[in-house]
Design a protein around this ligand. Sequence first.
Ligand SMILES: *Cc1c(COP(=O)(O)O)cnc(C)c1O
Length: 389
Amino acid sequence: MAYFCKFKIKPMSQQIQMVDLRGQYLKIKDEIDEAMAQVLSSTAFINGPIVKEFQQNLSEYLHVGHVITCGNGTDALQIAMMALGLQPGDEVITTPFTFIATVEVVALLGLKPVFVDVIPGTFNMDVSQIERVITPRTKAIVPVHLFGQCTDMEPLMDIAQRHHLYVIEDACQAIGAEYTFSDGRKCKAGTIGHVGCTSFFPSKNLGCYGDGGALFTNDDELATRIRGIANHGSFVKYHHDLIGVNSRLDSFQAAILNVKLKYLDNYIASRQRAAKLYHFLLCDVAEIKPPVTAAQSTHVFHQYTLKLDERLNRSDVQEKLKAAGIPSMVYYPVPIHLQKAFAPFGYHAGDFPVAEKLSRTVLSLPMHTELTKDQQIHITKTLKQSLVI
Ligand SMILES: *Cc1c(COP(=O)(O)O)cnc(C)c1O
């Protein structure tokens, strides 16, 4: 049929958005609609062949032995910790400057989150602080590749090896980012530790049109455990060897992701181009520090997050941007150790000064694959005019 989809969707290119899912969809609409129609006519809505096909394609893209899809990124992290056999009371070292999900699953499983502060430049875990907090109960490290660039994984893996710790990478914001080891070896985010986790939430760099997530590993046995745990702890139908969960990627989402995966490198390039232009337009502004990319990692710019001079009133800046039709966001306004829900772990203000200062000073600008040069000029011009100390 020439017109599979009868309703027409208008682009909203004039309006600036944090993420332009509609504009991106319109460019691949025919392919997406066709993929959806195929799932509809197959009626294989759960565990259809397209799920396996997507897992295979993503594992080839990442050069990793196994990709196991699941319901969302939070589940991926939880399943990873369950599959590694972490037990209540075990300690997990991670960063206080992340999305809540990273630490929420640690607490949910009865594990103890132990934080180390972040580096002010990259916002990622300060690996040099890890050894100080290792105890006999430490079992795992969870680096978060925040905003799209990798934590410094080479020294982190050295520490993990020396202390026999598992490494679970939270690569929810960094799919496609590449880390280079000192010997020149390159690995994609999420494929360096024992297990990597990602999210396909719509606004993520590889996003579906609902919820989705995946785990990556090169360990065959661990992959089997992960598959079983994500499927009610079952390895043989209706036989349950472990207490598991029900977490899966549905066939519609897999079909969408399978189309979008082909464009992921182009999407990354668009984000990097936009970041470069932002940098050019903002690098000479005294009150702003644009994001820094570490030498060892590429940056896929899930977010373009800058730091404002602490003397500026960030809410005022955001209000002025908003008045000019420009959305902005604060990722994240409260570090995890100061969240009310985490009070029982006994952390206090002042424990992680870098994360705390970042929470007060960061600002994320619109960043997506459809951002135009004119929009970026408007955004940066308005931003500069909004900086009144
Ligand atoms: C999005 C995200 C998650 C959770 O992913 P969901 O699919 O929303 O469950 C976890 N960690 C980080 C760093 C994220 O950005």
